[in-house]
Design a protein around this ligand. Structure first.
Ligand code: ADE
Length: 237
């Protein structure tokens, strides 16, 4: 069998991995070696016996910056060095479902988790780390963002999620959010499931779901709606 998809995480808190990735479908897949993970403790590559990994920023200002030589030494032992390198930071390009798909098709990735005020810019430039953000808010470090990113990627790996069809109909496919779902009981607190869903008429159900997906996307995410419309117009002309 080929080597499984592999994530290497550079962090000051290696003990928190796999964390939530070790349960449910991602955890089962980890156990079954459909993917693998190792975390490198950057503290093991500190510059002194006090465990120093950071220093104050040149030019002044609050906080500390992780030193480039510490990151260089942390990277040195990585075997498969050709995998995409990602630095998690609120300054990065927004992470999307398309990124998850692309990364799931690669052999894995190397993820650098920052803390404090971040990492020395030279290390990002020299090793061509791509800066990626999981949203417009500031976390205390990249570790939680790494959980999010790895969850989104590993669930797309072959065999991780049971039914491949359930991946095809979920939110962001074709730039639409997903239609609403209902299950038993058919009547709950006087609230009925839409009649069409119990009609057994597959074509009408598919049309209803498409309409719902369009309405929800239009109302909640005008940015996605525009992409969807542009894509439809491209097909038409
Ligand atoms: N580190 C701190 N905040 C972050 C964010 N929003 N996305 C990715 N990494 C981060």
């Amino acid at each position: 069998m080929n080597n499984p998809w592999h994530a290497t995480i550079l962090t000051l808190f290696p003990e928190i991995f796999p964390g939530p990735l070790g349960v449910s479908v991602t955890g089962k897949a980890l156990q079954n070696k459909l993917w693998s993970l190792d975390s490198i403790n950057m503290r093991d590559h500190a510059i002194d016996q006090h465990g120093t990994v950071d220093d104050s920023p040149f030019g002044g200002g609050a906080g500390m910056v992780i030193r480039p030589d510490v990151i260089e030494k942390s990277l040195a032992g990585i075997q498969q060095n050709d995998r995409p390198r990602i630095y998690l930071s609120p300054r990065g390009r927004p992470f999307t479902q398309n990124d998850a798909k692309k990364l799931a098709k690669s052999s894995g990735c190397i993820i650098l988790c920052g803390r404090y005020e971040g990492v020395d810019q030279r290390v990002i430039d020299h090793y061509a780390f791509e800066e990626v953000s999981i949203g417009d808010y500031i976390l205390t470090g990249g570790e939680l963002a790494a959980y999010v990113m790895l969850d989104a990627i590993t669930r797309l790996l072959p065999g991780v999620v049971g039914k491949a069809a359930s991946l095809e109909e979920e939110s962001f496919e074709n730039n639409l959010l997903e239609y609403p779902q209902y299950t038993r009981p058919q009547c709950w607190k006087d609230l009925k499931v839409p009649d069409i869903l119990v009609s057994g008429h597959h074509k009408n159900i598919a049309n209803w779901r498409q309409e719902q997906a369009e309405q929800i996307t239009k109302a909640r995410r005008p940015d996605l709606w525009k992409l969807y419309e542009d894509e439809c117009n491209k097909d038409y002309y």
